[in-house]
Design a protein around this ligand. Structure first.
Ligand code: EPU
Length: 339
């Protein structure tokens, strides 16, 4: 029997550590419980917020509807020649899945080590780090369709993945709940150490031919050194997306700021490092009340203790305004704002 709780603090369910309340709260440990929940028309009509690890959320106000916390566990794996097929419950912790695969030398997601959050949330924003995105290893996900209580499969094409984007944030937002995700990994590693500091850190360790275990360890080391640990300092990773701009816009910025950090963005666009833009505006490591930016990575906003969601949101608006004033670039929030 499902337990619907009332007036539940969400403080321990969001990595920002914001203390707001949910009017109703339910934890789902098995997919049948979704069918049971939505058999009651009350929950069809109530506003819903589906959460996994709560690592990409900013809770600005109390939530007047039903928070559904997905906690479906289980990892299954099958090997065929050099191909490995892994299916994980949406409630598995993302990094537990990475560790499961790295320990067995199943290659493909080692660059995504230590990303906070759950497996079920990973396709929603096509998580990415150090030159790899979720879509590179993704086969499909099983979803629950709220309107019909049917389970369906979304293939990679169906998901329309982009940079921190998918169909689940756009065309079908709010209509489906991801229950499990299937990945295609390999026993033959395709070691990817091109991005940023990975190569340098491997060289520092004297590793010339890295294994996926080495890559996972180095990525974890870099993340720990740059990003605040949510268990001690509340945060939701990158607060903004790296902006994609046209060549013309880029040339105008480059003429004034030749140091501007940039990458090819695909489709003829240029991707700017939002952390650099924010740092240039003087925000890096700045504290404002109970919030601020992280000292080693200006793209990450933090809760120094007792911050409200509104306080963090207002602070993020100030950053957006000053980056726009200086560079003419409008930053977009990457974190899901619940207000
Ligand atoms: N930079 C600065 N100042 C800063 C931060 C960054 O000048 O305060 C510049 C540096 O030149 C650095 C460049 O920006 O070389 C890029 O920084 P970094 O390698 O830290 O990556 P990022 O572009 O800021 C993205 C992802 C991260 C991911 C890293 C590594 C987004 C929004 N963020 O950050 O993902 O870990 O690349 O791949 O795409 C997340 O999404 O929550 C997240 C942490």
């Amino acid at each position: 029997m499902l337990q619907i709780q009332e007036n539940v603090s969400l403080k321990n369910f969001n990595t920002f550590g914001i203390d707001t309340h949910a009017r109703y709260f339910v934890e789902i440990a098995h997919e049948d419980e979704l069918v049971e929940l939505f058999a009651d028309p009350q929950w069809q009509q109530t506003e819903r917020l589906v959460i996994g690890g709560g690592s990409n959320l900013l809770l600005v106000n109390d939530f007047a509807g039903l928070v559904i916390r997905m906690n479906i566990r289980g990892i299954e794996h099958r090997i065929s020649h050099n191909d490995v097929f892994v299916e994980a419950g949406g409630g598995e912790v993302w990094n537990d899945l990475v560790n499961f695969c790295v320990a067995r030398e199943y290659a493909g997601i080692e660059n995504l080590s230590l990303i906070p959050g759950s497996v079920g949330a990973s396709p929603i924003q096509n998580i990415g780090a150090y030159g790899v995105e979720l879509k590179d290893a993704f086969i499909s996900c099983k979803v629950f369709e709220i309107a019909t209580s049917a389970f369906k499969i979304f293939t990679k094409d169906d998901c329309k993945f982009g940079y921190r984007e998918s169909v689940f944030k756009n065309q079908v937002k709010g209509q489906y709940i991801i229950v499990s995700v299937k990945f295609h990994l390999s026993l033959i590693p395709n070691i990817n150490t091109q991005y940023g500091a990975i190569g340098q850190e491997l060289a520092n360790r004297g590793i010339a031919s890295p294994t996926i275990k080495d890559v996972s360890q180095v990525v974890s080391h870099i993340r720990v050194s740059k990003l605040p640990d949510p268990s001690t300092i509340g945060n939701a990773g990158s607060f903004f997306k790296n902006p994609l701009i046209s060549i013309e816009e880029f040339n105008a910025i480059y003429a004034k700021f030749p140091d501007v950090v940039n990458y090819p963005g695909g489709d003829g666009l240029i991707k700017l490092a939002a952390g650099w833009l924010i740092e240039q505006c003087g925000w890096k490591g700045k504290t404002a009340g109970n919030t601020g930016t992280w000292k080693n990575q200006a793209l990450v906003l933090v809760n120094h203790g007792g911050a409200t969601g509104q306080e963090v949101y207002n602070f993020s608006s100030q950053i957006i305004d000053s980056v726009y004033t200086k560079f003419g670039v409008m930053l977009q929030r990457e974190v899901n704002i619940i207000s």
